[in-house]
Design a protein around this ligand. Structure first.
Ligand SMILES: Nc1ncnc2c1ncn2[C@@H]1O[C@H](COP(=O)(O)OP(=O)(O)OP(=O)(O)O)[C@@H](O)[C@H]1O
Ligand SMILES: [Mg+2]
Length: 223
């Protein structure tokens, strides 16, 4: 299974979600790797801090002029789950990653303003790719950094519902809250399932379960 984590907006949690999902899957005994497709190499840095006695998550990066489609093909043979952590830009690399993956996750931070415009421009781009490739290219929103007491965040969820319908990109039920545990775990090469915040651990386990449920449905439809 190949999952691409993508958005045109920087800082929305692509790397955080890639790392935390990978760690959650590794704790279930799955063979999992991340392709760090971003030049900023933040997931590769995270990997350097990961202790060897933790469940294994391997991180690969795509060389400057590397072929991401080939990298995905090769790794798909060897790993049960391949997660592609994308850069925040339209590039050949992101198009290939979306095209080659079983589905994409689009993290959205609910702070409004440019977040919603960046999301819309990504969805327009996704539609172009769907038409050009004549492929469904399934994708889901994942709400990240949510603060339930902030009105703007609740309003954003309502605004996002319009995109859910217009672009056929459902929103996963799991909502990730704003928690310092994400930054702390990241700095230590961990996922929050390995950290001391039970709420963060629970929401990432819920996200991993929801992603797997969707994947099972997708593969059942294909077989
Ligand atoms: N749910 C959260 N709660 C608190 N902090 C978070 C959360 N998710 C992400 N962050 C923090 O927000 C910052 C940006 O997250 P991250 O690097 O995952 O975003 P990104 O989309 O990969 O960014 P870029 O586009 O630069 O690659 C990081 O410092 C991360 O620790
Ligand atoms: Mg990143």
């Amino acid at each position: 299974m190949v999952i691409t984590v993508i958005s045109f907006k920087g800082g929305v949690g692509k790397s955080t979600i890639s790392q935390n999902l990978a760690v959650a899957f590794a704790h279930q005994g799955k063979e999992v790797c991340i392709i760090d497709a971003d030049k900023n190499q933040s997931t590769s840095m995270w990997y350097r801090f990961r202790q060897e006695d933790y469940p294994k998550v391997t991180v690969f990066h795509v060389p400057e002029k590397g072929d991401i489609a080939k990298t995905i093909n090769d790794l798909e043979e060897k790993y049960e789950i391949v997660i592609v952590d994308c850069p925040p830009a339209i590039e050949g690399i992101t198009n290939f990653a979306v095209a080659k993956s079983d589905f994409s996750l689009i993290p959205v931070a609910t702070t409004g303003g440019s977040d919603i415009w960046a999301t819309e421009s990504f969805l327009e781009h996704l539609n172009l790719l769907r038409t050009r490739l004549n492929a469904p290219l399934p994708a889901f929103f994942v709400i990240n950094r949510f603060e339930k007491n902030v009105n703007m965040h609740k309003a954003y969820l309502e605004a996002l519902d319009q995109y859910v319908k217009a672009y056929e990109v459902p929103r996963l039920e799991t909502i990730l809250s704003k928690r310092t545990a994400y930054g702390e775990a990241n700095t230590n090469g961990c996922g929050v399932v390995e950290w001391d915040n039970p709420d963060a651990k629970a929401e990432i386990e819920e996200l991993a379960a929801e992603v797997q449920t969707f994947a099972q449905k997708l593969f059942a439809n294909h077989s």
